[in-house]
Design a protein around this ligand. Structure first.
Ligand code: NOJ
Length: 561
């Protein structure tokens, strides 16, 4: 694997709407991001991905773009964006935007023109089909529920495709003119100083055509889009073209939201000349998911979590560089999901931080993760904003789940969990806004907030800083960034341990993933304790006594393996 400028960096995701509001309208803004750049720098962050802040009706919180060349006034102006790019540059930081090009908004000019003239130039930017006798072109279910076909406004016999929400019409990537528009737009941003993109839902850009039905998998008579994606061939042609026309000439960074990649295609995706610089590991994210909906999902145990993560690490090997996360804006909080209920103490949160952050790959922190933010409790479905949660709630009720259980299901899996405002301090609205926050602040902000942790050497925040510093320490960087990943004690229940190894150095990350203590053998002599999430590290006779949820990072000598 060729070394790249970004391999040793720390990356961070900002969900602008919930990060920091500077104008009191209850919505976070770009000035808020600028205001917090020094905070991020101090945390150790180099690369910042902003979830969408383009002009949008926000039907899917900005993942429905109405103008790719303008900032939504709720987030600020293009001047704010330019200022952000300049301020980031001053601090050696890199800004990424979200590239949402599987679909745009139904309020985008292209779609409006397509409605005016479905058989003209812009009609060909979308998938528009004639419908006879009410029979839709295929029976796919959109990711947010219901059929993927919606009547084209102004035309009774024409329908357009939307694999996500009906306000997110799919763009037709088979059309070279559309592709040119996208590359032009990407280069416009990259020329402006953007360091790259996070690429949204990208596997969906290739459809298996012609449209056809697959066996229905629920009582609604529809089927998951995954049936089609499984059969769709040739996404690489589009992605290779995109790389050559945009990322490559700019030496920019790209990280793909890639679900359903085929293992044999990994080198094509993130190998040395891959379509993307990196892509997220979602193995643990999708674990336990059910095609029937969230209500049928199963939880994930510490052993499952380890097995998922290790499987990815093995699969990637030296092929490329994966991006490691415990949460993002579509997922519940990592500490609420990967630590068994009732056990998410500060020590456990730091343990989870240790075991994912030091894996081989680029570590990402999602806003608020660095202070241990947790899922939010719900009193009623009326408190829920997320369209996906609302759809899954309906699906659950239709399947006979009680309202109480369905609400609890949203507490476990809902996307609002990660979207509640950042908890800056213990003042009203967690210091996020002086106005009324667009989404409820998690009431636990009086305990969990940055101000309470900032200067506490034992805080979760300070621990994340230490992790980032350790990974960048010249004495360990080569091993922690590039060293091989070797599982250790893989069959031990509730243990997550691995070696990071180069010819010259071995580092052991070892964690006790439960409340009861465990004594574990060490694979070599300990040269140095590099980091521990609790004060006492007890090592004797080639063994380590780990307290509940203790995680320790050790530099070893003479390892026999
Ligand atoms: C993935 C994004 O992360 C999610 O928030 C969005 O709803 C869908 N793609 C559609 O763009």
């Amino acid at each position: 694997m060729k070394k790249q400028w970004w391999h040793g960096k720390t990356a961070y995701q900002i969900y602008p709407k919930s990060f920091f509001d500077t104008n009191g309208d209850g919505i976070g803004d770009l000035q808020g991001v600028i205001r917090k750049l020094d905070y991020l720098k101090d945390l150790g962050v180099d690369i910042v991905w902003l979830s969408p802040c383009y002009v949008s009706p926000l039907a899917d919180q900005g993942y429905d773009i109405a103008d790719y060349y303008a900032i939504d006034p709720r987030f600020g102006t293009m001047e704010d964006m330019d200022q952000l790019l300049a301020e980031a540059k001053k601090r050696d930081m890199y800004i990424l935007m979200d590239l949402v090009v599987n679909h745009c908004s139904d309020e985008h000019e292209w779609f409006k023109k397509a409605c005016e003239d479905p058989f003209g130039k812009y009609g060909k930017y979308f998938y528009i089909e004639q419908v006879k006798d009410g029979k839709l072109p295929c029976n796919w279910r959109s990711y947010f529920g219901g059929p993927v076909w919606e009547k084209l406004p102004g035309h009774d016999d024409l329908y357009y495709l939307h694999v996500f929400h009906k306000k997110q019409p799919d763009l037709n990537w088979e059309n070279p003119e559309l592709r040119e528009e996208i590359y032009k737009m990407m280069n416009w941003w990259l020329d402006r100083g953007l360091a790259g993109f996070r690429i949204d839902a990208i596997i969906n850009i290739k459809k298996a055509l012609p449209f056809k039905d697959y066996p229905a998998d629920r009582e609604d008579g529809l089927c998951s889009v995954h049936n089609m994606l499984h059969e769709a061939k040739g996404v690489g042609v589009f992605l290779g073209e995109m790389r050559d026309r945009t990322f490559k000439p700019h030496n920019s960074f790209s990280v793909g939201e890639v679900f359903n990649e085929k293992e044999e295609e990994l080198p094509d995706f993130i190998g040395d000349d891959g379509y993307f610089s990196s892509m997220f590991d979602f193995a643990e994210t999708v674990f336990g998911q059910s095609g029937d909906g969230w209500h049928a999902s199963s939880g994930i145990t510490p052993d499952d979590y380890r097995n998922c993560v290790f499987a990815t690490q093995r699969k990637i090997g030296q092929i490329g560089y994966i991006s490691n996360i415990i949460e993002n804006h579509d997922e519940p909080r990592g500490v609420s999901r990967y630590i068994p209920e009732g056990e998410a103490t500060p020590a456990a949160k730091k343990m989870l931080a240790t075991v994912y952050f030091l894996l081989r790959g680029l570590p990402w922190i999602y806003q608020g993760q660095e202070i241990g933010m947790e899922n939010i409790k719900l009193n009623s479905i009326d408190e829920v904003d997320d369209i996906s949660s609302i759809d899954n709630y309906k699906v659950a009720l239709a399947a006979g789940v009680s309202e109480k259980e369905a609400l609890h299901m949203i507490e476990l899996y809902g996307r609002d969990n990660a979207r509640t405002p950042f908890q800056w301090n213990a003042s009203e609205n967690a210091g996020f806004t002086t106005g009324t926050p667009w989404l409820r602040v998690n009431p636990n902000y009086t305990q969990i907030n940055l101000a309470a942790q900032k200067d506490d050497p034992d805080s979760i925040f300070q621990y994340y800083r230490a992790l980032s510093r350790l990974r960048k320490d010249p004495a360990y960087q080569e091993t922690l960034v590039y060293g091989a990943f070797i599982p250790y004690l893989e069959d031990h229940h509730n243990v997550m341990a691995y070696l990071r190894r180069t010819d010259d150095q071995t580092i052991l990350v070892i964690a006790n993933y439960q409340t009861q203590p465990q004594t574990l053998p060490l694979p070599g002599k300990v040269n140095r304790i590099l980091l521990a999430n609790t004060g006492n590290v007890s090592i004797q006779n080639g063994q380590i006594d780990l307290e509940g949820y203790q995680a320790v990072v050790l530099e070893l000598g003479n390892v026999i393996q």
